[in-house]
Design a protein around this ligand. Sequence first.
Ligand code: MOS
Length: 722
Amino acid sequence: MVSRMDGRLKVTGQARYGLDRTMPGMVYGYVVLSTIAHGEIAAMDVTAAKSARGVLGVYSPFDPLELSTPASPMMGETWVPLQNREVAYYGQPIGFVVAETFEQARDAAALIEVTYHQRPALTSLRDGLATAEDAPPAFNGSPQTLTVLASGVESIEDALAASPVVVEATYATASQHHAAMEPHSAVAVWDDEGLTVYSGNQASDLQAAELAGALGEDLSSVRAVNPFVGGAFGGKGRTSAPAFLAAAAARALGRPVKAALTREQVFTATAGRAETMQKISLGAERDGTLVAVRHDSWCTTAADRSFVEPTSFGTSREWYATPNLAISQKMVPLHIPQTTFMRAPGEAPGSFALESAMDELAVALGMDPIELRLRNNSTAPPGKDLQWSSKHLDECFRIGAAQFGWADRSPRGRTDGDWLVGMGTATAMFPALRFPATVEVTLRADDSAVVATSGADPGTGLLTVLSLIGAESLDIAPDRVTPRLGDSAFPAGGMSGGSTATASAGTAIMIAATKVIDDLQTLASSPGAPFEGREVTYADGRVHAGGRAMTFGELLREMDHSSISARGSSAPGEEMTKHSFSSFGAQFCEVRVHRWTREARVSRMLGVFDAGRVINEKTARSQLAGGMIWGVSAALHEGLELEANGRFANADFANYLIPVNADIPEIDVHFVQYPDTLHNAVGAKGLGEIGVVGMAAAIANALYNATGIRVRHIPIRIEDLL
Ligand code: MOS
């Protein structure tokens, strides 16, 4: 268990983020945003802005930068700004001012006069329900609407009608924003070799590719660098508006350009999490065995329909064993900022609905909510033949119940002075995934090693984990391994997203390490080498033969090599045809609601997770505790408030509520560790996102236990508990 290697740099302010770069001749850009939600820009008067002091360039759809929308946008989304005069949401980037100083750029931006042909804007999920559209297949190609019926059953309605106990309710979750500490920003500089962009993101190679596409440049002349990233959570998976604009303006002006969104701009000029409405029907036998699960979802999406929050698909499709299952997913296009992946996309809001409904079913049955969940534990996703490669959800609940004191829970809560105290639980699941990744492992003559891949460490601890897997694979101490991440010049390392990075890059490290050790052994026994013609083995960082050993550094020095490198690649493969893969968890919380003020406090939390092998317990625990705090935030704090004109009323940290330390109690995180080598050689199943899953429902369920009030929307506010 080790501390994150970049921790000290970060907490002492020595870590240099993208925006911390300065360079000679650098100038500053300021992004201009729309002030209507729907319409066309009729004119932009930039005369005053252009003649303002220090201004070097004013760009708009009338006087655009050379940027284009790629023909095949990544995952159906493109965020390239200033492409036309259409305004599809309030706060859309519509201009870019570059000046000698930040203040000059900002002041000049305020001088731009925009005239719009305004059109009526549709901004509310409820108003848009009538025009809801079927969601396209999910990002992995699976249909988001599907029905699985037991033989002889005609319809999900019939299955529900035949169920002795039925629970049916509609749940709602608010629109949210990643609100990472580091605002989206970039420093872009061109030289003889091309463009370098310093900007926080989740995959430097993908960012370089996206920039090259938008700029019409060859990929080999675009480099994206992001040694440190101040939080991402899905919101930095794509290249941001300031990165596109800074890169194009730097090319036009021949000067390095720095651009950053203000905190308020981040809420609209980058994408957030959709608002959802979800209707769930659960049919069960009197002993709790599920007969039918129906989950119909609606989510908001931007006018370009670029992203669907897959709540039904991400949750009910796989969670519980049921002979009859029907899920549907609809999207409601609105004049709102773009939506995208945000920590546990699908599962986070989806689990609020499903796990609240499971609690309601437990109440209806008079059954313990854990017993109900275990009764319906699945060995494979419903309707699929492929069994879970490993699943220890029952053990998570068993350990969690014992550690949390679940046996002391009364179905009607308890009181402690003026406080009503309740306990709640929920299941957590998140698919175990992998992306293609390539890693280069280098052994150096000074007996150190380097593990390099493009990727990114957006605060997850990936850098530390890569050094640990590198050390293990090379059989040397971790402090001899330098991990290199966050530069598109390194081999393409996949994305820090989808809870995949450890499994993806880790497997590639193991393959690269095996190769470089092979090459080292070949070198050691080659003609003229110290072990010429002998059978050479490798262990403990040394080559061995005939009772003699040399460290790899000694061998390389002896042979006048400064280093030896090999690359390894891994990608999902045959295993996908053999098993289903997921991480699992059991969430527990205790809440206290004040009898008179109705203030709700979370007083204890515990998460027990089956995420396969955990490489580094300390950073893993931070990931999961962070996710569980997001769950508190979703349940009790977070929600964007949209005014009728499409403007967010609370797009800043004073009004967009997120928990502070005083809101968060002691958090316990426990792992059951069963390495899942059916999924990948490292045995890790992924734990970046599962921490948030289920926690909002666990809190709502605990509030019900404490007060008898069932709240079916989040965030839950004081007025909901009156
Ligand atoms: Mo995550 S929402 O895949 O960054």
